[in-house]
Design a protein. Structure first.
Length: 302
């Protein structure tokens, strides 16, 4: 009953060209069943689970069903898009950038003139690189999800990689949470594992910051941050095996000699660093030295 109820609501929205959120769907279908004291849903978590069943059943992304979600991503570079008949040049936003909409697949990518995609964890770093026109000087598409990436940002990265053949590099802080953000771009999240084949980018490479970078580029000790209990717990989780299957939860970390080394160094030293720590070498060290050098030397982690 719940599945049919939600499916009907989605159909009604599509028929009238409405774009509700999954919370809208919950309230639209929530009511007390006639002649009973039973509600159609016991809470939004139950509604969300049924909605995920519909995604799996139909084989459709929720965005393809016209369901919108929070979108935080932005992109800039030599790319021309089309939305509702309007052309959008992502190289002509001045110091701004194109905000990636929730319904990413309704945006047509008409032209791309770039050698790769650089995904930046932090919006502040994205803005700085955009201000320097890093994307123009290095012929790339610059994207940020402003922290943990939303679905639309991940989908856009996937489309640029899959449809346009652009390599993807990810830049995050040197800490387990930053590495997990890279993992989300590369392999998807556990909660949306059933959609990973359309949201994730398995060929994405980690550009940094890594623990070995901190020593290689001589980041001063007073620019390092003491790891907290949450950081330590997250780092250990990256190497855990599932107690039921015995398989690694994150095989791309567990089975990689380089990643195991990086995580071990972190657990031994118990310090972390933000991307901004590179500013100790000069404000433009990140854009003029670190990023071009890492990409050219192929010193990334798969």
């Amino acid at each position: 009953m719940q599945t049919v109820l939600l499916a009907r609501a989605i159909y009604e929205a599509l028929k009238h060209d409405d774009h509700p959120t999954i919370r809208d769907l919950y309230y639209y279908t929530l009511h007390t069943i006639e002649d009973t004291e039973i509600e159609t849903f016991n809470g939004q978590d139950e509604s969300n689970n049924v909605f995920q069943d519909i995604e799996v059943l139909t084989g459709l992304l929720r965005e393809q069903m016209g369901i919108v979600a929070e979108s935080r991503g932005a992109m800039v570079g030599e790319a021309v898009l089309e939305s509702k008949g309007n052309k959008i040049d992502c190289a002509k936003f001045g110091i701004g950038a194109f905000n990636i909409p929730s319904l990413c697949d309704q945006i047509h990518i008409l032209e791309v003139d770039a050698d790769y995609v650089l995904v930046v964890e932090k919006d502040a770093i994205f803005q700085r690189l955009n201000d320097y026109e890093f994307w123009r000087k290095n012929k790339c598409i610059l994207i940020t999800g402003k922290g943990q990436a939303d679905r639309a940002t991940r989908r856009m990265v996937r489309r640029l990689n899959e449809d346009w053949g652009l390599p993807v590099y990810v830049l995050t802080d040197a800490d387990p949470y930053g590495w997990y953000i890279y993992s989300t771009y590369r392999a998807g999240s556990i909660s949306l594992s059933y959609e990973s084949y359309r949201l994730a980018c398995p060929s994405a490479k980690f550009l940094g910051l890594s623990m070995t970078d901190l020593e290689k580029y001589e980041i001063p000790k007073d620019h390092l941050i003491k790891a907290n209990d949450g950081d330590i717990k997250r780092a250990k989780e990256l190497l855990l095996k599932d107690p039921v299957t015995g398989k690694p939860r994150y095989p791309w970390f567990y089975e990689s000699k380089r990643w195991r080394q990086e995580i071990k160094i972190f657990l031994d030293k118990r310090v972390k660093a933000e991307i901004e720590a590179k500013s100790s070498k000069g404000f433009r060290f990140l854009s003029d030295v670190y990023l071009p050098e890492k990409i050219k030397s192929k010193d990334w982690i798969k």
